[in-house]
Design a binder for this molecule. Structure first.
Ligand SMILES: Nc1nc2c(ncn2[C@@H]2O[C@H](COP(=O)(O)OP(=O)(O)OP(=O)(O)O)[C@@H](O)[C@H]2O)c(=O)[nH]1
Length: 174
């Protein structure tokens, strides 16, 4: 069973406002991310914000530690609820490739260009908890390396919305 987790904390400092609530084709980016993961996953949660179009979880051990703290919370939830795998994405990848799950399987794997998008075994929860217990911020790629995750490429590049210009470019393409 796969748990989908949209990692949705962070500051959106390059975007200049909460990018989760920015809209593409009349839908918020966070709603698009939840819907995209729902296509592959039995259940979807949003990690790192209180209001979302899906059940929410807080970051672990606390907010402000980056997307890995969102992943830690999702992995623990997956263990507790009997999911074996967690599929993650951010709010900044509104368009995910149709073959994403095939490309990422078997876990663990993440996209080399956007490691927030990954497929992670729930059994990796204790490793990540140990890493974060030292109260340091680490990158997704550091954790990926630690558990031997493959860093994969997709045939079509996945858009990454960091700025309003990135979003405008995406609207024009569609
Ligand atoms: N749960 C959780 N998600 C995060 C956190 N930081 C970033 N993210 C998510 O990870 C994805 C990539 O984030 P970034 O674009 O690197 O960071 P950001 O804070 O959103 O934006 P910048 O301030 O411009 O760097 C986005 O979907 C964020 O919502 C965090 O501390 N917790």
């Amino acid at each position: 069973m796969i748990l989908g987790a949209v990692l949705a904390g962070g500051l959106s400092s390059r975007f200049g406002s909460d990018k989760a609530l920015a809209e593409l084709n009349g839908h918020t980016l966070i709603a698009l991310a939840v819907d995209a993961l729902a296509g592959w996953c039995e259940h979807v949660v949003v990690v790192g914000r209180e209001t979302a179009p899906a059940p929410t979880l807080p970051d672990w051990p606390r907010a402000g530690m980056g997307p890995l703290a969102g992943l830690a919370s999702a992995l623990r939830h997956a263990c507790d609820e009997g999911y074996d795998t967690v599929l993650t994405c951010g709010v900044d990848a509104a368009v995910l490739p149709e073959d994403l799950l095939d490309v990422l399987s078997p876990a663990p794997a993440c996209l080399a260009a956007q490691p927030v998008i990954g497929l992670w075994p729930a059994s990796a929860a204790p490793v990540l908890e140990q890493l974060l217990q030292r109260e340091e911020r680490h990158s997704m790629l550091r954790f990926a390396g630690l558990i031997g995750a493959r860093e994969v490429q997709t045939a079509v590049s996945v858009p990454n919305i960091n700025t309003p210009a990135d979003l405008a470019g995406l609207s024009e393409r569609q």
